[in-house]
Design a protein around this ligand. Structure first.
Ligand SMILES: Cc1cc2nc3c(=O)[nH]c(=O)nc-3n(C[C@H](O)[C@H](O)[C@H](O)COP(=O)(O)OP(=O)(O)OC[C@H]3O[C@@H](n4cnc5c(N)ncnc54)[C@H](O)[C@@H]3O)c2cc1C
Length: 225
């Protein structure tokens, strides 16, 4: 019997929608857009599949809540079943998508938005939905081209946009893992801490924050698995 999240995902009702665009924005990293039918809250996810025989995978919405299309950001997982197929979709192709859901929600309070890899997606939705005030975005990636959406993040966030690059160096990038950057900081008081991306990053950063005196209820986490 399927219990917990996987059972819930398998039972997610999926609706047929149409792809409006698929753009490769970095090597093996894509933004997929579909026509939007439902309202959502910035930070929520949708279940996506291409057939009722393939269990839906979850993707954070990365578009703003007033935009006519709904976008997701994804990378191709080696040997993954769905992500490679999503990358081959073309405008006009059908796709199965659930209603938006989830409790990783942005709000007006001051916050650090911490992401690894494609985990930056929900913060783009929050930013494009008008929640960028008093936010610090800390994004970790391996290569200099890992900072998806940096062209739109930089003018909006300025010096509250920290890009931590673990395998390459370039002007404007912190040279090292985002966990090192967080460890070096004196944390501001009165802030929430959002963590989104790999389980490894989320667990490590959560432990660093707790070690620096952050309370558990100030930490919101979304783990991509
Ligand atoms: C809340 C949430 C939000 C998410 N948001 C995003 C997002 O915004 N963007 C994003 O890119 N991803 C996101 N993810 C991850 C996403 O849902 C998928 O897991 C991911 O895209 C992989 O899908 P896939 O079908 O290509 O790979 P899968 O087929 O699910 O495989 C994933 C990995 O597991 C391995 N694998 C598969 N089957 C087996 C097996 N039987 N034994 C051992 N290994 C196996 C594969 O080799 C592959 O490397 C999110 C996940 C969650 C839970």
């Amino acid at each position: 019997m399927d219990t917990g999240l996987s059972g819930f995902i398998k039972k997610l009702p999926l609706e047929r929608r149409l792809v409006t665009a698929v753009d490769e924005i970095a090597q093996d990293v894509f933004v997929l857009r579909i026509d939007r039918k439902h309202d959502f809250l910035p930070g929520q996810v949708v279940g996506v599949s291409l057939s009722h025989d393939i269990a839906a995978r979850l993707y954070s919405i990365c578009s703003g809540k007033e935009e006519p299309e709904l976008s997701i950001l994804f990378n191709i997982k080696p040997d993954g079943i769905l992500s490679g197929q999503l990358a081959k979709l073309k405008k006009g192709d059908p796709i199965l998508v659930s209603r938006p859901f989830g409790a990783f929600l942005g709000d007006e309070k001051p916050a650090w938005w911490i992401a690894s890899g494609t985990g930056v997606a929900p913060y783009r939705a929050m930013l494009r939905s008008g929640l960028g005030k008093d936010k610090v975005l800390i994004h970790g990636g391996r290569k200099a081209d890992s900072f998806y959406f940096q062209e739109e993040m930089l003018p909006l966030l300025g010096n509250t946009y920290i890009r931590c690059c673990s395998q390459e160096t370039a002007e404007g990038l912190y040279p090292g893992r985002l966990t090192n950057w967080v460890r070096e900081q004196t944390l501001p008081s009165g802030y929430q801490f959002y963590l989104c991306g790999s389980a490894e990053m989320v667990v490590e950063v959560r432990d660093i924050l707790i070690g620096k005196g952050v309370e558990l209820d100030q930490i919101m986490a979304e783990i991509y698995f």
